[in-house]
Design a binder for this molecule. Structure first.
Ligand code: DC
Length: 222
């Protein structure tokens, strides 16, 4: 018997931090679906493929082999045999991933990989459409959100802690733009599933959110 906790929500709501912690607590696998979209975006950048050219991206898809492996550092994305985890979190990749992820055939490819992992393992999976599309029968569905101000503040602090120069207003504008793209795209937009529980983390610590989700998960068996 395998179980699934699906966590969807806008950029910067803390999905990956929370999902990783939950997976560790439960002894399950954490699946970061955004990382796979990021790998497709990286492939486009490296190959000089124009992200507005859907046909070019779709034609390139058969040559994009994505594999997910797990090591001591967690999920690793293997793009055509190369571990690209170190290259998919840059601003350049972040900026175009939303556009790349709007194409149906790209989504179908990532969905297939995500579902095949969930078929073999109990998973905590995060993304934008896990509860609505990828795992519609997930044991527990969470829609994790926080105010734009709070999400921008958290990202700003992350940058400052890493010694990266950052502008709060710019970060806020970027988050709003990504949310808008993800919510308004035609295929699998960011949306709370009807049976998902809304968790607003604006005024909660990481541990409080983890505890709340664990409680919701336990409640799904009652
Ligand atoms: O979660 P993230 O920031 O790594 O996601 C990167 C982009 O991929 C984001 O713009 C939304 C998109 N994405 C998606 O459309 N569906 C998912 N299940 C996960 C991510």
């Amino acid at each position: 018997m395998t179980y699934q906790i699906a966590i969807d929500g806008p950029a910067g709501a803390g999905k990956s931090t929370i999902a990783k912690k939950l997976a560790r607590t439960l002894g399950w696998i954490y699946v970061d679906t955004g990382a796979m979209y990021r790998a497709v975006a990286l492939f486009c950048i490296r190959g000089g493929i124009d992200i507005r050219d859907e046909e070019a991206i779709v034609n390139a898809l058969p040559g994009i082999d994505i594999d997910i492996i797990y090591n001591d550092e967690g999920q690793q994305v293997i793009l055509n045999g190369e571990n690209v985890n170190g290259f998919i979190r840059t601003e350049e990749v972040s900026a175009i991933t939303s556009a790349v992820s709007a194409y149906g055939p790209v989504r179908a490819k990532v969905d297939e990989i995500s579902r095949s992992i969930a078929a073999r393992n109990s998973v905590v999976m995060d993304g934008r459409d896990i509860g609505t599309t990828v795992l519609p029968d997930a044991t527990t569905k969470i829609f994790l959100t926080a105010s734009v101000e709070e999400r921008a503040n958290r990202r700003y602090k992350e940058y400052i802690e890493k010694g990266i120069e950052a502008d709060l207003e710019e970060i806020k504008a970027d988050i709003e733009k990504r949310d808008e793209n993800d919510r308004n795209r035609e295929i699998s937009p960011l949306r709370q599933a009807d049976d998902a529980v809304l968790v607003d983390s604006s005024f909660m610590s990481i541990d409080e959110v983890v505890e709340e989700i664990l409680e919701i998960h336990r409640g799904s068996f009652l």
